[in-house]
Every structure is written in structure tokens, then in C-alpha cells.
Design a protein around this ligand. Sequence first.
Ligand code: PMP
Length: 291
Amino acid sequence: MSRKIYVNGEILEEKDAKISVFDRGFLYGDGIFEGIRAYNGRVFKLDEHIKRLYQSAKTIMLEIPMGKDGMKETILQTIRANELNDAYIRVIVSRGVGDLGLDPRKCGKASVVVIASEISLYDPELYNEGLSVVTVPTRRNGAEMVNPRIKSLNYLNNIMARIEANMVGAPEAIFLNDAGYVAECTGDNIFIIEGNDLLTPPRTAGILKGIKRGVVIELSEEMGFNVKEELFTRHDLFNADECFLTGTAAEVIPVVKVDGRVINDGKPGKKTAALIERFREVTKTTGVPIY
Ligand code: PMP
């Protein structure tokens, strides 16, 4: 079945879903987006994703031409049009069509696109074996630059880091921030476990405040971990008991090696496995019904 895509008020066949070459998203990466998952006929953490979208919009002073309820309904409608129960949903809002100049006052209305697609899942073996990842030379852009809290259409910082990981055959890259502390990955947040402590870099480290990061913090607290949002170094990573990443695409995925250093015994940790199990239960049983 060909995908049906929401573009500025209409649900169109994929071949007809087009955006102008003068769209600011294309010309300047001037816009924002969200990546959302639906499991089992329900959209996971939809309100949280919509909240983050509107927060990104506020900071870049982009007016989304519909309210949060309208956005929610638009997302649900697009999933329904594609008859999906399990899906990856991409919401894109750009500043709209302008001229070639930088000044955004020349733009008309913001462009809104929603794509609901079948998901291409990570190889299940990766969850059993764990990832071998690397830190890369490109640093995470700091919170005082284009703050990584804004999920902006300009992902060049992330793409450069991903290219650096590709060059050494690693499936994901860990960014350090400008002070050399661990920040996050190109499309995932990062956690380490030390005894009963679960550590993740704070939101001021230069990170996207991941929705799955929030879910894992909540679940970990329920499971009796002592959760600490604090800065840590590569040394802490290498010597952690366990390490894992979280994100919409990867969910919760173990890391077993960083920069050639084997973490613990080189196998995904038991506490990470328990978290993955709890996480999967929650994705199956919560969320906004699509139908
Ligand atoms: N960091 C970055 C840079 C991301 O792009 C993402 C989303 N892919 C994440 C972290 C994880 O965020 P979420 O849990 O909201 O998917």
C-alpha cells in the first residue's frame, strides 16, 4: 500500500506529497520535528511529544498553524489513513515558504507534514548482544548555541557525528559536550548503572530531553534505582557496571563496548534487561488509542 501523507491540511498519496523548494525547512533547516511510535493500536506518549514540539516552536518563534488538540487529531488521522497499528510517525513543521533571504518575516504560514510509516526495527540480535559504540571528535553543540533541547530540522551536528561513527563501523556515536563530559548520542540518550545508581547526563549537558529518557527515569525510580541526572566522563562510561541507550527508534538498547573498552563482562547487563522488559510492558499497555 502506498503511504498517505498529511501535507498542510490534506492527506495525499505519497507521490503527490510535495513541498516547495522555497520552503525554509529545505533552504535553511528552519523548522522542527518529532519522531513518535505507535504500539499495538496506541500512540506512545503522544501528549509528551506534542508538548516538546510546541516547546521547540516557542523557542525558535515559529507559529504552528493549529493548536495542540488539532495536532493530536492530525497525527491520529494520518495513522488511521494508513491503517497502521504499529508505526513510526514523523511530524515536521517548517517555517513555510519564503524567498531566498534569511529574514523569516517574508514567510507565509508554517508548513506541517505528518508521515506515518511502518517501522523498520533494529536487528533483535543487537538487543541480545549489545552495541559497540564510540565517542567522536565532533562535539555536541552547547545549550547556548542552537540548544539541543530544540528538536530542530538542522541535524548536521548529529549527521557529522554519525559519519564519524560510520568511518569506524560503529552503529552509534557518543557526543561529548564542549567541556568534555558525556552528553548523548546522535539519536539516543545515554545511561550508565553503577551499583544501585542510575546516571544520565542532566538536561543542561547539551542534550535532547528524550521522551524515552523520561520514561526510563520513571520506571527506574519505581524499580528502586537511585536515579542521578549528573555529568560523567568517558572514564565513568568505561568502568560502569552497565550502559544503555534510549530513543524512539532504539527503545532501550544495551551497550557493551565504548572506544574499545569492554564494559563489565562484555554482555548486556541484568538490570538493563529488567528495564527493557518493563519498558516493553509499558509500551504495550499505555498510550492514546488510534481507533
Ligand atoms: N537525542 C537525540 C539527538 C535524538 O534525536 C533523539 C530522538 N531520536 C533522542 C535523544 C531520544 O529522544 P526520544 O526518546 O524522545 O526519542
